[in-house]
Write a protein of this length. Structure first.
Length: 321
């Protein structure tokens, strides 16, 4: 698609993040200096990965459901005259045996191709997006970005915008729920099995020093921040940058693990479609924080989609130099 933006030093980009649980779209104007202005930030819970952990296939009904969501996003992209659209898939599309069939289905129906990110690529881009609002010019800040997804969890460390190490783990809120936490409240045996499963995946992660700022992205963290802030309506400006303590997260976890699903859905800060998997996401976060020696974590409303937008802008403006 040719350049149609209002200014030659500005580009409007759409990034779609097709995750195991959610499908997100960010449309942003990015300047040549990598300053980013949000035009639209869309969020849908699509359950792309429903059944993938057990069967390793994307279900037939999921094809049609996700097609509808992506068609809606494509329409928004066209209405706001975005110049470039990039769609990326993560854990569910990495794991499913029929991901190629799904990608071809979307290409034929909507005319664009979905790129499947490796775990390392996902970690890199999520880190870039997650730290983008916290970097202070001229400092050597140490960051760790934790991204608890539906199918996998990425832990990426770096200095400023530069990634130094990363790990992609096959633990996620949907995966953990489907395997062990099938009821609300969970059965004691299931809760213990979930603890052990998470521990088996994180035991090699390093202890983090106090100078490292830990940033948490994605729905588990933003939901926890909204609960901690007791927000009546979601406000990304208050959520992003909110610091959660280990003690506060533990209190929320112990409160939720005793509740029925309908009681969790009634909590105003929890999106009803996330109610059945929120406990699993918090369990993963708690185990990570305790293992790595973290007493606090900063929530961010940013993440993979922001990293994709910044990468695409760099490609465009870098090519012009």
């Amino acid at each position: 698609m040719g350049r149609t933006c209002l200014r030659p030093d500005l580009m409007r980009i759409s990034a779609i993040d097709i995750g195991t649980n959610t499908i997100l779209m960010l449309i942003a104007d990015v300047s040549e200096g990598m300053n980013l202005h949000v035009v639209r930030d869309e969020h849908l819970i699509a359950r792309m990965g429903k059944g993938v952990d057990e069967n390793r296939v994307i279900l037939p009904q999921t094809f049609e459901r996700v097609l509808g969501f992506l068609s809606e996003y494509k329409n928004i992209h066209e209405v706001v005259k975005s110049e470039r659209m990039v769609a990326c898939g993560t854990s569910a599309l990495r794991d499913a045996r029929n991901s190629g069939e799904f990608i071809e289905f979307i290409r034929q129906r909507l005319g664009f191709t979905i790129s499947v990110l490796s775990g390392d690529e996902e970690a890199d881009l999520t880190y870039r997006g997650g730290v983008s609002e916290f970097i202070e010019s001229g400092t050597d800040q140490q960051f760790v970005v934790v991204d608890i997804g539906g199918g996998s969890t990425e832990i990426t460390s770096g200095i400023g915008p530069d990634v130094k190490s990363k790990a992609s783990l096959d633990i996620g809120s949907v995966r953990l729920t489907e395997r062990y936490l099938k009821t609300s409240p969970p059965e004691p045996g299931g809760l213990e099995a979930a603890h052990q499963y998470v521990q088996s995946h994180i035991r090699s992660l390093p202890f983090l020093n106090e100078r490292t700022r830990c940033i948490g992205v994605a729905g588990t963290l933003t939901t926890l921040a909204a609960i901690d802030l007791q927000l009546g309506a979601y406000d990304r400006n208050r959520v992003s940058g909110h610091v959660l303590t280990l003690e506060a997260i533990e209190k929320i976890f112990h409160r939720l693990k005793e509740k029925r699903l309908d009681e969790i859905k009634a909590i105003p800060q929890i999106v009803p479609q996330r109610a059945d998997i929120i406990l699993a996401g918090i369990l993963i976060l708690l185990q990570l924080m305790k293992h790595c020696g973290l007493e606090r974590i900063t929530a961010s409303d940013r993440g993979l989609r922001y990293g994709i937008v910044l990468r695409e802008a760099e490609k465009e403006f870098g090519a012009k130099r």
